[in-house]
Design a protein around this ligand. Structure first.
Ligand code: NAD
Ligand code: UDX
Length: 463
């Protein structure tokens, strides 16, 4: 079967870039990305390409080339479903905030809505692809909805989890380590799997396209994120020990990373991992393990989250302790609010939690991030419901000029590893600050020796 028309439900961080790359690489396939969020679709269609709603290096060029050629963004979900042979579900699957599994399980209400909408609209056979990250065995629930409320048409369900990381999404999509496709292990299943393999084979080597059964594919995605997050928590745990013993986490990281069995990637100690995926997916894994009575398995993975929470708290409390046990009324500058560099995404960013702790200590915070808008910063901190939004606005200012932000500041905390922070005129910053002037590098990116020569008191993670 040759696919000529694809629909993707969900025009977010995954749906947008993924479909843009498919359209870019497969000019013969019409790709329509739909979303209920009108503002988001409008932004994807904005004539000024710099206004597309997601910032990713290289994405503007890809969208500019494919948009209105074979890539379309629309709010007409029914039409797109009706026309497509293959439908990707790429909607959000956040942690449940209510009811059974609250705080752990994935909230699948948006997935179910998509399944019901596909079932009610479809008049021809469809391949439905799970692109969202889902608990293992979700395909079973989707199939049950589709088969019981459909119009007698056939549905084939595939799992095709997305492994892109934000900030490098375009590169990850153009050159993936692997593409994973899970499907039913019967003749119909193989036809569906091969149809999707052929789409990716337009630019990905077939040796990198891995096919499995549906459950392995679903579980592999949660497992990959759990393993990655576990590495960050492991090195962060060691960073706390380094700070007590005179070892340097950068040196330890390098020393262990040169062991080819361990490998050097994902061993950067930090203020804690953030992002929309790691915490959510591990919590989900913990919930699934518990639901099968596998309590030891659940406890094992939950520790990765606990260590991350500890790291964020530890960073904030180190600031308070170093500033003579009080930050009340003191201005502290945050360089960075995004959860990592090269993205405007702030979901679960460590900066939010560090800010919350420091606001509890009555600090005043000035936030500078090259890509994050003011309203997002306030939204993030308001969402914690720790204090009134008036109080949050009183104690946090969001600024456009990092140098101005540092005027009369007592300390600077580096929360995101944006490259520009490395090349600032630190002497100019020092001159504007209260003395002693402190810098807390939560990303280990700043040249500490240089800053110490200028006169800063410089602290970093794991040193
Ligand atoms: P997102 O919140 O950026 O985008 C999801 C979009 O789906 C939103 O624009 C929302 O309006 C839309 N939507 C929700 N319900 C809808 C419906 N019924 N009909 C039409 N549109 C609907 O989320 P995201 O970051 O793109 O993540 C999507 C999925 O991909 C999640 O399961 C996530 O775990 C997974 N994932 C994310 C990343 C990442 O880096 N962000 C990487 C891999 C996998
Ligand atoms: C992650 C996975 O990497 C990706 O495969 C999956 O599809 C989605 O989740 P993402 O969250 O976008 O991607 O970014 P990632 O690069 O994994 O970083 C996650 C967090 O860990 C960031 O806050 C980052 O700063 C932090 N991190 C990462 C570290 O603190 N140290 C490291 O060594 C690596």
């Amino acid at each position: 079967m040759v696919v000529r028309n694809i629909c993707c439900i969900g025009a977010g961080y995954v749906g947008g870039p993924t479909m843009a790359v498919i359209a870019y690489k497969c000019p013969d396939i019409k790709v329509t990305v739909v979303d209920v969020n009108e503002a988001r679709i409008k932004a994807w269609n904005d004539e000024d390409i710099s206004n597309i709603p997601i910032y990713e290096p290289g994405l503007e060029d890809i969208v500019a080339e494919a948009r209105d050629r074979n890539l379309f963004f629309s709010t007409d979900i029914e039409k797109a479903i009706d026309e497509a042979e293959m439908i990707f579900i790429s909607v959000n699957t956040p942690t449940k905030t209510y009811g059974l599994g609250k705080g752990k399980a994935a909230d699948l209400k948006y997935i179910e809505l998509c399944a019901r909408q596909i079932a009610s609209v479809a008049k021809t056979d469809k391949i439905v692809v799970e692109k969202s990250t889902l608990p293992v065995r979700t395909a079973e629930a989707i199939k049950s909805i589709l088969d019981n409320t459909g119009n007698g048409v056939k549905f084939h369900i595939l799992s095709n989890p997305e492994f892109l990381a934000e900030g490098t999404a375009v590169q990850d999509l153009l050159n993936p380590d692997r593409v994973l496709i899970g499907g039913e292990t019967n003749e119909d299943g193989f036809v569906a799997i091969n149809a999707l393999v052929d789409v990716y084979a337009n630019w990905v080597g077939r040796d990198k396209i891995l096919t499995t059964n549906v459950w392995s594919s679903e579980l592999s995605k949660l497992t990959a994120n759990a393993f990655l997050a576990q590495r960050v928590s492991s090195i962060n745990a060691i960073s706390a020990l380094c700070e007590q013993t005179g070892a340097d986490v950068n040196e330890v990281s390098k020393a262990i990373g040169m062991d080819s069995r361990i490998g050097s990637k994902f061993l950067k100690a930090s203020v804690g991992f953030g992002g929309s995926c790691f915490q959510k997916d591990i919590l989900n894994l913990v919930y699934i393990a518990k639901s099968y009575g596998l309590n030891e398995v659940a406890d094992y993975w939950e520790q990765v989250i606990k260590m991350n929470d500890y790291q964020k708290r530890r960073f904030a409390s180190n600031i308070v302790k170093t500033l003579y046990n009080t930050v009340s009324g003191k201005k502290i500058v945050f360089l960075g609010w995004a959860f990592k560099k090269d993205t405007n995404d702030t979901r679960e960013s460590a900066a939010i939690y560090v800010a919350d702790d420091l606001l509890n200590e009555e600090a005043n915070i000035a936030v500078y991030d090259p890509k994050v808008e003011k309203e997002i910063v306030y939204r993030d901190i308001d969402n914690l419901n720790t204090r009134t939004s008036e109080l949050n606005r009183k104690h946090i200012e969001v600024v456009n000029d990092p140098y101005e932000a540092c005027k009369d500041a007592y300390a600077i905390a580096v929360l995101t590893e944006w490259d520009e922070f490395k090349t600032y005129d630190w002497q100019r910053i020092y001159d504007k600050m209260k003395k002693p002037a402190f810098v807390f590098d939560g990303r280990n990116i700043i040249d500490g020796e240089k800053l110490r020569e200028i006169g800063f008191v410089f602290r970093r993670i794991g040193n």
